[in-house]
Design a protein. Structure first.
Length: 83
């Protein structure tokens, strides 16, 4: 069995903490990255997510999207919320 050559990479502290927090007892960091990559979603996963949005709110969102030369948060009179 041939062991592939290891590579050293630099990552930000917050990314290291994400990896470390998600790493199982028997997993390597490579295992975590492989798992994340394998579990990556598809754009099709988003299909239908806005199906139950009221028509008025949908029109506001549509207007904000088509007015892309202005920030959508301003267009929707909302502040940005990042999660």
């Amino acid at each position: 069995m041939t062991i592939p050559m290891a590579k050293t990479i630099a990552i930000a502290q917050d990314v290291y903490e994400l990896l470390s927090n998600d790493k199982g007892d028997t997993e390597s960091f490579s295992d975590v990255i492989r798992r994340w990559r394998r579990n990556r979603g598809s754009l099709l996963d988003c299909y239908g997510l806005w199906g139950d949005i009221p028509e008025k709110e949908f029109k506001e969102m549509e207007s904000a999207i088509y007015g892309a030369d202005r920030p959508a948060s301003k267009e929707l009179k909302r502040r940005k919320v990042w999660r």
